[in-house]
Design a protein around this ligand. Structure first.
Ligand code: SF4
Length: 458
């Protein structure tokens, strides 16, 4: 439900989410945690009793945006006569806790990513002006256990958190410091949540984790109780009635084990799309980044995944202009991109994060050099993405319908390769899987003609 809370007893909740899909998921769970307390979503912060800013610390710009947003919220809070409570969650909260409260005293609560299940207790404390405003302890297992076991679905796709944290310590990244060590959720709990989503019409789930393929959650006792790999988990979840599509993100090359690779071949529900960040194609830079693999190791993984699932589309992330990156290092990245051929990729200029080893390294590059390289890389990636999309023309793709399109009579959905697909069709198709013949392609989407509706496998 959105809009003004309809009943007097309801309190307005506005959540602003920055950053990755993990944060999008966390925001949904914050909403779930607060629902029993009478909080209902509103569309604008002005109408809210509680505003949660769920933050991302990965880039400097994102952090500055948070402070500027908090300045605006302070003015709204004053205009509300102090009625509004402001909470800051996520990775900036974890990394800068005390500093946040010092820089913006209008902030009532600061809670790290492992603490949002404690939000009700913190709100109660804040309303009585007692206790600490800061909650940034790491306790992921407690968080997983304390969250409501069922979820309210919001459409035919949903995220399901299976793993949190990271032990990899890439030298450019703050996540191991803000999200803590790698922890996996129990299979039973994941199954319970997935069943509850499926019963509400969810057809596609995306398993989430900072290092999702490092998953090693304990299996149900009836299944032996050992720790399962992500491949085993995917096979198990694919048997749940209604769940027809499974994806996972974000994965690390070091954790791409043989079982997960073979799951791509033997589990049809596992979508033919793999987002496997590589960051650089230069072994020297990969070593300086502490990625723990070489460019050829990455090429080998992709070759094996393609052998298991020949139609798989590959996506990646790149960081351009890491300290010490030479022309030759950059060229190695360009060569890797030419070798792999990406369906889509996300590329960013290196941005220094205080407290990370890379921030202290020599050889930081000028913005001009970083800009030039980024443009060259993005040009190549755009070409590949356009080519990949165009290669679908004439094919019939199963599309999960996710909503109405921009034009009257138009619907949109997702292809197995995570492309946006637009086609003419009735609204009653929402949430169904339909076959669409692709007739047009652009950089960001496909257009097609509706062929037939598939029956749901329940
Ligand atoms: S694998 Fe590296 S980039 Fe990914 S969260 Fe861990 S430290 Fe950060």
């Amino acid at each position: 439900m959105t809009g003004t809370p309809e009943e007097k007893s309801l309190k307005g909740l506005f959540i602003r989410t920055y950053g990755c899909q993990m944060n999008v998921y966390d925001s949904e769970r914050i909403r779930d945690v607060l629902r029993p307390l009478g909080y209902a979503p509103v569309e604008a912060p002005e109408a809210a009793d509680l505003v949660v800013v769920n933050t991302c610390h990965i880039r400097e710009k994102a952090t500055e945006k948070v402070y500027s947003e908090l300045g605006q919220l302070k003015r709204m809070k004053e205009a509300s006569g102090g009625r509004m409570t402001i909470a800051v969650a996520g990775c900036v909260a974890q990394a800068e806790g005390e500093e946040l409260i010092r820089r913006q005293p209008a902030v009532d609560l600061v809670l790290g990513p492992q603490a949002y299940h404690k939000l009700p207790e913190m709100i109660a404390r804040a309303s009585r002006a007692i206790g600490d405003r800061l909650e940034t302890e790491f306790d992921t297992i407690e968080k997983f256990d304390a969250l409501p076991k069922t979820r309210e679905a919001d459409g035919p796709t949903a995220f399901v958190s299976v793993q949190e944290g990271c032990d990899k310590f890439c030298t450019f990244c703050v996540v191991p410091y803000t999200r803590g060590a790698e922890i996996s959720r129990r299979v039973d709990d994941i199954v319970f949540e997935t069943r509850s989503l499926a019963s509400q019409g969810v057809r596609e789930i995306t398993l989430l984790g900072q290092n999702v393929n490092a998953f090693h959650g304990p299996a149900p006792v009836i299944e032996g109780g050992d720790d399962w790999t992500l491949g085993q988990l995917c096979r198990h979840l694919s048997k749940i009635g209604g769940i027809e599509r499974i994806r996972y993100t974000t994965s690390h090359p070091r954790d791409m084990d043989d079982d997960l690779i073979s799951a791509h071949g033997d589990t049809p529900a596992l979508m033919p799309f793999l987002h496997l960040p590589v960051q650089s194609g230069s072994d020297r830079i990969l070593k300086a980044m502490n990625r723990g693999h070489t460019a050829d190791h990455y090429r080998d993984i992709i070759a094996r995944v393609r052998q298991a699932r020949p139609d798989i589309a590959i996506a990646s992330d790149f960081i351009i202009g890491f300290p010490g990156e030479s022309d030759a290092d950059f060229e190695a990245t360009m060569q890797l991109v030419r070798d792999i051929g990406y369906a889509i990729a996300y590329s960013f200029k290196y941005s220094s994060r205080p407290g990370t080893p890379a921030a202290e390294m020599h050889g930081h590059l000028s913005e001009v050099v970083k800009d030039e390289r980024l443009q060259a890389l993005q040009g190549l990636l755009r070409e590949q993405q356009t080519e990949f999309n165009a290669s679908q023309i004439g094919k019939s793709l199963p599309v999960l319908v996710t909503g109405k399109g921009r034009n009257p009579g138009q619907m949109h959905g997702r292809s197995p390769y995570l492309q946006a697909v637009h086609f003419e069709g009735p609204e009653s198709l929402n949430g169904k899987i339909v076959d669409v013949k692709v007739v047009g392609a652009s950089l960001n989407s496909l257009t097609g003609e509706l062929m037939r509706v598939r029956e749901a496998v329940l």
